[in-house]
Design a protein around this ligand. Structure first.
Ligand code: ZN
Length: 92
């Protein structure tokens, strides 16, 4: 529990790069995730949701991380992967 929380917060503080992609995993399935482009509608939705958390700074939302097993997509907001079950969605 404590270890997984530490990993979660480390991931949140790091930008998405290849090395990070290799260690990120779906918190439900513990399976690898792939970087995917989000639809325009989904980008707008995520941007609107995060705007107030960013306190005036416009969140940058272009991509998400899709679980290879369950297909849930975790948004990447201003280069920060949000690997939280409550924030995940299914594209389509
Ligand atoms: Zn999954």
């Amino acid at each position: 529990m404590t270890a997984s929380l530490a990993i979660r917060y480390t991931a949140l503080a790091m930008a998405v790069d290849k090395e990070l992609l290799e260690i990120l995993a779906c918190p439900i399935c513990k399976e690898p995730v792939d970087l995917v482009a989000l639809s325009e509608g989904r980008r707008t939705e995520v941007r609107d949701k995060y705007r107030e958390k960013f306190r005036g700074e416009e969140p940058v939302v272009d991509e998400g991380l899709r679980c290879r097993k369950c297909g849930r997509i975790y948004p990447v907001v201003s280069d920060i992967p949000v690997m939280l079950v409550d924030e995940a969605f299914e594209e389509g």
